[in-house]
Design a protein around this ligand. Structure first.
Ligand SMILES: Nc1nc2c(c(=O)[nH]1)N[C@H]1C(S)=C(S)[C@@H](COP(=O)(O)O)O[C@H]1N2
Ligand SMILES: [Mo]
Length: 374
């Protein structure tokens, strides 16, 4: 078994309250490692040109899977238990007979932007594209919890996936919890459809949780059980991973809602290898999307060679879906640097400089796109 344990440096300081590191090495300024490359080819991002679409087609939506996509038996049932009056076991057919809702949700990986940090935390090496928007259809979690009858002493609800593996030396099934207040929201859904079709295997077939507004780690795929608990959940993905930490010894604070971010469709055409962008001189329309899990997007500005210009915002497509924006520009010949930055209803605005943290979480620093106009 020990061969499967994640590599740990002999000198590694133990992470607070767990005795293990959340990932496989100290941050580095070095070149991309073999392990990062393996993760990057398993977990794909959304090509930025897909920002043109309100809804991301499932094959273009980003994917993040810690372990393997699990095999799902034909006898699959969802178990609901713990501090409830009536424990339940539900088949997919039974869940499909329950009331259903559809919610349009922009989901983003908490590690999006990680590999742009200096030094670079070693884990899934996202640049900017760990995001996508889908319509998720299924049973409201609050409906099933009310059917089960949550006991008054309950504090959290724990969601466990079928997928198993080892992270930070700890054998585990992927599991996360939500406080009762979040689990009781009307828009949290146990989804069996994505954009109107059956859930694809990589997105959690047969059933996944979707927590609108929270970074993706909360939306547990391949759900096996829902347990109502009376003490806070201390599983690895809750207590060790997904925390804003200064260093390995810092207990840190939990990652929850998505920080405000905007991205633009890279204009013009790319060079195959460098991805450098080339544009013709003259009028061009910039398009992009902006979102936040903390509140509505209220402003997007486009930076052109360091000067910020307000973009036109499209109508919102729902409280938890990205909002389109556009800005016309007349390109003059030469090298230019484009950027975009969003503000949300809480007044939060994307930083121009990185806010570094040890696991590389929530890096919403503004996107910069260099273009060559000819
Ligand atoms: N069971 C399970 N659920 C999971 C994960 C996982 O590895 N296993 N990854 C989480 C993370 S970190 C993210 S960002 C989202 C990604 O969802 P997607 O692959 O459908 O885009 O799923 C979350 N749910
Ligand atoms: Mo994630």
């Amino acid at each position: 078994m020990s061969k499967l344990i994640y590599r740990r440096r002999p000198s590694a300081r133990p992470a607070a309250h767990s005795g293990v590191a959340a990932h496989s090495g100290e941050p580095t300024h070095g070149p991309l490692t073999r392990e990062e490359l393996q993760l990057a080819v398993r977990n794909h991002s959304m090509p930025l040109e897909a920002l043109r679409e309100d809804l991301t087609p499932p094959g273009l939506h980003y994917v993040l899977t810690h372990f393997d996509i699990p095999q799902v038996s034909g006898a699959w049932h969802l178990r609901i238990g713990g501090a409830v009056e009536r424990a339940m076991e539900l088949s997919l057919a039974a869940l499909k007979r329950d009331p259903a809702i559809s919610v349009q949700v922009t989901m983003e990986c908490a590690g999006n932007g990680r590999s742009l940090l200096r030094p670079r935390p070693l884990s899934q090496p996202w640049t900017l594209e760990g995001v996508g928007t889908a319509v998720w259809t299924g049973v409201p979690l609050a409906y099933l919890l009310s059917q089960a009858g949550v006991e008054p002493e309950a504090v959290e609800v724990v969601f466990t996936g079928l997928d198993a593996g080892i992270q930070g030396g700890v054998r585990q099934q992927y599991a996360r919890s939500l406080p009762i207040s979040e689990a009781s929201r009307a828009d949290v859904v146990l989804a069996y459809k994505m954009n109107g079709s059956e859930l694809p295997p990589q997105h959690g077939y047969p059933l996944r949780l979707v927590v609108p507004g929270w970074y993706g780690m909360a939306s547990v795929k391949w759900l096996q059980s829902i347990q109502v608990v009376t003490t806070p959940f201390q599983g690895f993905q809750q207590a060790v991973a997904y925390r804003y930490q200064h260093n390995a010894d810092d207990a840190g604070t939990p990652v929850s809602r998505i920080r405000v971010r905007s991205l633009m469709v890279p204009p013009g055409i790319p060079d195959f290898f460098t991805r450098r962008r080339y544009l013709h001189r003259g009028p061009v329309m910039f398009h992009g999307r902006a979102w936040s899990g903390e509140g509505a997007v209220t402003k997007v500005e486009v930076g052109i060679d360091g000067k910020w210009v307000p973009a036109q915002l499209d109508k919102p497509a729902g409280a938890f879906a990205w909002r389109g924006w556009s800005l016309p520009w007349v390109a003059d010949a030469g090298h230019h640097e484009l950027a975009c930055r969003a503000t949300d209803a809480t007044g939060a605005v994307q930083p121009l400089e990185q806010h570094w943290n040890y696991q590389g979480m929530g890096n919403n620093t503004v996107q910069r796109v260099r273009v060559i106009v000819e």
